[in-house]
Design a protein around this ligand. Structure first.
Ligand SMILES: Cc1cc2nc3c(=O)[nH]c(=O)nc-3n(C[C@H](O)[C@H](O)[C@H](O)COP(=O)(O)OP(=O)(O)OC[C@H]3O[C@@H](n4cnc5c(N)ncnc54)[C@H](O)[C@@H]3O)c2cc1C
Length: 663
């Protein structure tokens, strides 16, 4: 048996899990009569250990040979199959193994499990693994700001979707049907998922896709933040804001616009609502319960025991559970704010009238994206930051470009803001931010004030103590590298359990959990390579380690930078600013991290992410043909620069002499 798992862990696998595993494993191995020895003896209906190992890896059931052998031994010890002469454990060798069920039935194989719904590869082949790399290439992110954030819990149930026009009605029909009837709970579930944001939806769909019996609980809106009050609506606004900026800038290209450029804000918001509703069927109650076969409960889930959870007065029991409750806006501890009419991401997308003066407290990605958007849509925006910085974790040169761009747009920054109080009356009317300026009061008045000072994990009222799940009010649920909580049957994914608070992170955490919770996987979250983008204009995209991480970790590196306005496409497009910056380990062709700033930085970063994940160095990227003229040529040109540097004086001398001979 593999040394990595103890007997206790093997015993803890329950019988329905084992049966599931047996059926799926059986569907991928090549069972046939085989001959061996001299004179040859026929072994009926068996498979070969080394073939099974390759097959498990190819189908994504195991990440590598070690995983596969381990999983094989789990099954062998559970009596699912054995060596034909019961002489060996499961090995990656030319040894024959037979299913116990075939032995019982005189060697006649069962009908191959109906594995049509079991598509391991859908989930596992997509898991990102940088196994073999020396240490994680993920930078460390700053912790939530304790001083500023009171971490008040926003009442999720109180969040309204407004106005109730045809688009929002369509959205709600999909993500919170008015007359939803919960199904009758099944006696027990392979997986119960709490929260139907990105993390919960992927967990539920993935588990149902491999044949698990799944229940999904959502207290408010399926799709969670991303669809309803996050990525989708914000990017829809950003697109309109960009169009407005491009039109204002069109004179640069000889396009003359007579008269004022104006933005129809109510159209912008209606467009956003229409597109959000258009996307919503993918996350809908109908799709999950109808097409995917998930038991959907709309209500608040509360753990009542280590393997049970209550929703709408009904108890669901589970073998495994996933907590995917996400987070809400953290509200800063500023006197008077609680009584003032402020907005968070929960309300800002309900606006139908453009606030003439728009204040934004918080200079992280969410605050900056929306600040720039509202400024370009016609508001007069002020961004407050308690420090001298915006986007504190990003590359300083990238940050400088974003800051300059926003100032050019007309955004005002109030740095080193020391808040005295916030004043505002009732639910409406202007709201005033009162700052302490060297002992004097400075008052700034706004028609709307957005709070974007970070996120608070949704951990309260979940009965986590009863379930034996440890958590921290600021950092969220405590998980190990396999995303298991302190209750080994309960996992956590997404914003509630990670500082990398992105939809794609929640998605890939969920994929990892399906493997670890349902199939004895041992995938680690620290093996994931996570790129991200802030969608300001210019965009800032990043993957891997920052320069400051490399210095802190004392890793020797060289940096290759290419300005986008030096690349032909950048020149003809009139790209004013932006760059590609790639860090490579000294002496090795290994990319350690990269930042891209520019119009499509978020799309361009994937090329570097693919290279890093596939172990492709910058020198080799130089040999990849990029279409001319594209901005992505900047990446290839960094590769050229790297290769030029690699030519030592001796090699250069040899080339020189060779060329001279050929003249
Ligand atoms: C304005 C904004 C813009 C963003 N833009 C981007 C972007 O461009 N790209 C990107 O990658 N990320 C972006 N994000 C972040 C992204 O939205 C989150 O990382 C993502 O939504 C996290 O998904 P999740 O499943 O962890 O949680 P959530 O999406 O928060 O979902 C959690 C769900 O759990 C439910 N829930 C909570 N408690 C319970 C309970 N007790 N019972 C039942 N249900 C419960 C909630 O109602 C919610 O639906 C943005 C966020 C914001 C706010």
């Amino acid at each position: 048996m593999s040394k990595k798992k103890s007997d206790d862990e093997l015993v803890s696998i329950n019988s329905s899990d084992l049966e599931e595993l047996r059926r799926s494993f059986r569907a991928i191995v090549d069972l046939r009569d085989r001959q061996y020895g001299f004179p040859s003896k026929t072994y009926r209906s068996c498979f070969v250990g080394s073939d099974a190992v390759s097959q498990m890896i190819a189908m994504g059931l195991a990440g590598d040979e070690e995983d596969a052998v381990h999983l094989g031994n789990v099954m062998l010890h559970a009596g699912i199959f054995h060596h034909v002469q019961r002489a060996h454990a499961f090995k990656n060798e030319y040894l024959f193994y037979r299913f116990a069920s075939d032995e019982d039935h005189g060697g006649i194989p069962d009908a191959v499990a109906d594995g049509s719904s079991v598509r391991w590869s859908d989930f596992f082949s997509m898991l990102t693994s940088t196994k073999g790399s020396e240490g994680s290439l993920q930078p460390s992110l700053p912790e939530p700001d304790t001083e500023l954030a009171r971490m008040d819990q926003i009442d999720l149930d109180a969040i309204g979707v407004l106005p109730l026009d045809e688009h929002n009605a369509k959205l709600l029909d999909n993500v919170h049907p008015k007359k939803w009837l919960d199904p009758e709970p099944k006696p027990s579930y392979n997986l119960v998922v709490i929260g139907a944001g990105a993390g919960g939806l992927v967990s539920a769909a993935g588990a149902a896709g491999v044949g698990a019996r799944v229940a999904l609980i959502e207290s408010h809106l399926l799709g969670g933040d991303c669809l309803n009050v996050g990525c989708v609506p914000s990017k829809a606004l950003l697109r309109c804001a960009k169009a407005a900026a491009e039109v204002r800038d069109a004179g640069r290209f000889g396009v003359r616009i007579d008269g004022e450029v104006s933005v129809d804000f109510s159209y912008v918001m209606e467009r956003m609502r229409r597109l959000r509703a258009q996307i919503s069927p993918v996350d809908s109650a109908g799709r999950y319960s109808g097409q995917l076969g998930v038991d959907l409960f709309i209500g608040k889930g509360v753990f009542t025991g280590k393997n049970s959870i209550e929703v709408n007065g009904k108890t669901l029991t589970f073998a495994k559970a996933v907590i995917a409750t996400g987070g809400t806006a953290a509200i800063p501890n500023i006197p008077g704010l609680a009584d003032a009419p402020f907005l968070t991401n929960n309300e800002v997308f309900n606006l139908t009238q453009l606030p003439r003066r728009f204040g934004v407290i918080g200079a992280g990605p969410i605050g900056l994206e929306l600040a720039q958007a509202f400024q370009r849509l016609g508001s007069k925006v002020t961004v407050f930051s308690r420090s001298e910085q915006i986007m504190p974790k990003e590359d300083p040169e990238a940050v400088a470009l974003v800051r300059e761009s926003m100032i050019r747009d007309g955004v005002t920054f109030a740095f080193n803001a020391s808040y005295k109080r916030v004043e505002g009356q009732g639910g409406k009317g202007p709201v005033r931010v009162v700052l302490d300026k060297d002992g004097r009061e400075e008052v700034l008045e706004f028609d709307a004030l957005l709070i974007a000072t970070g996120r608070k994990p949704a951990v309260s009222g979940l009965g986590l103590e009863t379930a034996g799940v440890e958590f921290d009010a600021r950092k969220g649920i405590t998980v190990n590298d396999k995303l298991q909580t302190t209750n080994s049957d309960i996992f956590a994914v997404g914003d509630v359990a990670s500082r990398y608070q992105f939809t794609h992170m929640a998605d890939f955490m969920a994929r990892l959990v399906i493997k670890n919770a349902l199939f004895f996987g041992r995938d680690k979250v620290t093996d994931l390579l996570i790129p991200w983008t802030t969608y300001t204009d210019p965009e800032v995209a990043h993957v891997g380690l920052y320069e400051k991480d490399l210095r802190e970790r004392k890793i020797p590196f060289s940096t290759y930078t290419r300005e986008l306005n030096d690349v032909d496409r950048g020149i003809v497009d009139g790209v004013a600013v932006g760059f590609v910056k790639i860090h490579v380990e000294k002496g090795k062709d290994k990319i350690l991290g990269a930042t891209i700033v520019g119009g499509h930085a978020g799309d361009m970063i994937s090329e570097i992410t693919v290279a890093m994940q596939g172990g492709m160095g910058l020198g080799r990227l130089a040999g990849v043909i990029h279409p001319y003229p594209t901005l992505a040529e900047a990446i290839r040109q960094c590769g050229d620069a790297y290769n030029r540097e690699r030519l030592t004086p001796t090699v250069k001398g040899i080339f020189h002499n060779l060329m001279a001979l050929r003249r």
